[in-house]
Design a protein around this ligand. Structure first.
Ligand SMILES: NC(=O)c1ccc[n+]([C@@H]2O[C@H](COP(=O)([O-])OP(=O)(O)OC[C@H]3O[C@@H](n4cnc5c(N)ncnc54)[C@H](O)[C@@H]3O)[C@@H](O)[C@H]2O)c1
Ligand SMILES: [Zn+2]
Length: 382
């Protein structure tokens, strides 16, 4: 449904539940993603209704611990859960490594966890990916509940069961598919999130509209301002729509043999830019994806797959929320960026496979995209 930005009456704030059922594909139990305002206050109840585990171990990071850890511990204690000593990892992407995985596994095992216990990941994608990997490995698998606190984690990384760490071979090169037992998304956690992080997460929300749902893209155009300014109803609507979309894709294709690849819209261009900036603070993942989506639509228009008007609509909306639409100054040129794109793990047998679009909401996986066309787009954007 497309709503106008001039709506005076905000819809009442509700709790949404999206369910993921992969039981036929891999026998993991179905799980709920519960989305709402102030849900951490109900975490004990939400967990207790679904899972019998009483012993819980919370994994978080140094930024999130002072904000939410004590409150969550109190809530779980009040609902009759026994808390094992929490683990607070250093905040930041650099924690997604063997060293912190090792530390985390040792702490989990030293806490006396058993297979009927529960790990709770309270944090952004870094905590979620690391705790998810540790949960899949400790005692051959301990149940995990994801409680994502960044917008990116709420719409993307906490849903779908991918876990991982970074190695010398690249980002997320060691990991597992390990579905959580429950995802609790409390939008009030977004109040403490810096605006730049909010915008980066928003890029992944827009992505869902661009891939498959033009009406949702129009909704985004009308509501992005409210969402980024803390409007609860807009946040819940967008997060529920995104989780719903990701859930459908994951159910159709958990292991990325087909449709899940569409989620990489903007990501092959984006990863090349992230590599070129050394995965530094100069360009956040969501920002790189935002630019990458603009480039993918530009390339699609150049190839006659979609109209130039649509490609400008994408660019203009992304720019309107304060996300970049061109790369920052990069130390490397088109040749190196092309090499980085070919290296991306999504490149199959050396051929450039890219997610392109036949219009807004009509993304598809294009195989054998001609290198000259891709070079021309880089040259235009640099
Ligand atoms: N598993 C998947 O399917 C998947 C998908 C997308 C991304 N990822 C991974 O997710 C990671 C990125 O996630 P991210 O963007 O959440 O990064 P992050 O976990 O590093 O969080 C970003 C920053 O925000 C802080 N933070 C978190 N919540 C906060 C809050 N409520 N208030 C204030 N500060 C808060 C964190 O401490 C950190 O400094 C990457 O490692 C990426 O590979 C995984
Ligand atoms: Zn992404």
């Amino acid at each position: 449904m497309v709503e106008s930005s001039s709506d005076v009456m905000a819809p009442p704030v509700e709790t949404h539940t999206v369910s993921i059922d992969l039981s036929q594909a891999n026998r993991t139990p179905p799980y709920d993603i519960v989305i709402g305002d102030n849900l951490f206050a109900n975490a004990g109840e939400l967990i207790g209704q679904r899972l019998s585990a009483r012993r819980c171990l919370i994994v978080t990071d140094t930024n999130i611990a002072p904000l939410y850890l004590k409150r969550l511990e109190a809530v779980l204690d009040a609902s009759g859960h026994t808390l094992l000593p929490s683990v607070t990892l250093p905040a930041g992407e650099s924690s997604k490594d063997y060293v912190n995985l090792h530390v985390l596994l040792n702490r989990i095992l030293a806490a006396g966890i058993d297979r009927s216990s529960l790990i709770i990941a309270l944090g952004g994608g870094v905590v979620g990916d690391l705790a998810g990997l540790a949960a899949s490995l400790a005692m051959r698998g301990i149940d995990i509940v994801q409680m994502p606190t960044t917008l990116l984690a709420q719409v993307d990384s906490s849903v779908g069961g991918k876990t991982g760490i970074n190695t010398d071979a690249g980002k997320n090169t060691v990991g597992t598919f390990y579905q959580p037992r429950l995802v609790i998304i409390d939008v009030s956690a977004l109040d403490s999130l810096p605006l730049r992080e909010m915008r980066a997460g928003y890029a992944e929300i827009v992505k869902y509209g661009l891939i498959k749902d033009a009406a949702f893209f129009n909704w985004c155009r009308a509501h992005a301002g409210k969402l980024l300014n803390g409007d609860r109803a807009a946040q819940i609507h967008a997060i529920a729509a995104s989780c719903n979309y990701k859930a459908q894709v994951v159910m159709a294709d958990e292991r990325e043999a087909g449709e899940r690849a569409l989620l990489n819209l903007g990501h092959t261009f984006g990863h090349a830019m992230e590599s070129a900036t050394g995965f530094s603070n100069a360009l956040m993942h969501g920002e790189a994806v935002a630019i990458g989506m603009v480039m993918a639509f530009r390339l699609s228009a150049q190839l006659g797959l979609c109209s130039h008007t649509e490609s400008y609509d994408v660019r203009d909306h992304i720019a309107s929320v304060g996300l970049p639409v061109k790369p920052p100054a990069l130390a490397c040129g088109v040749d190196q960026l092309m090499a980085l794109m070919a290296q991306d793990k999504k490149a199959v047998a050396g051929k450039l496979t890219l997610v392109l679009a036949r219009g807004i909401g009509k993304a598809f996986v294009a195989k054998d995209v001609r290198e000259t066309e891709v070079r021309a787009v880089w040259a235009e954007f640099l």
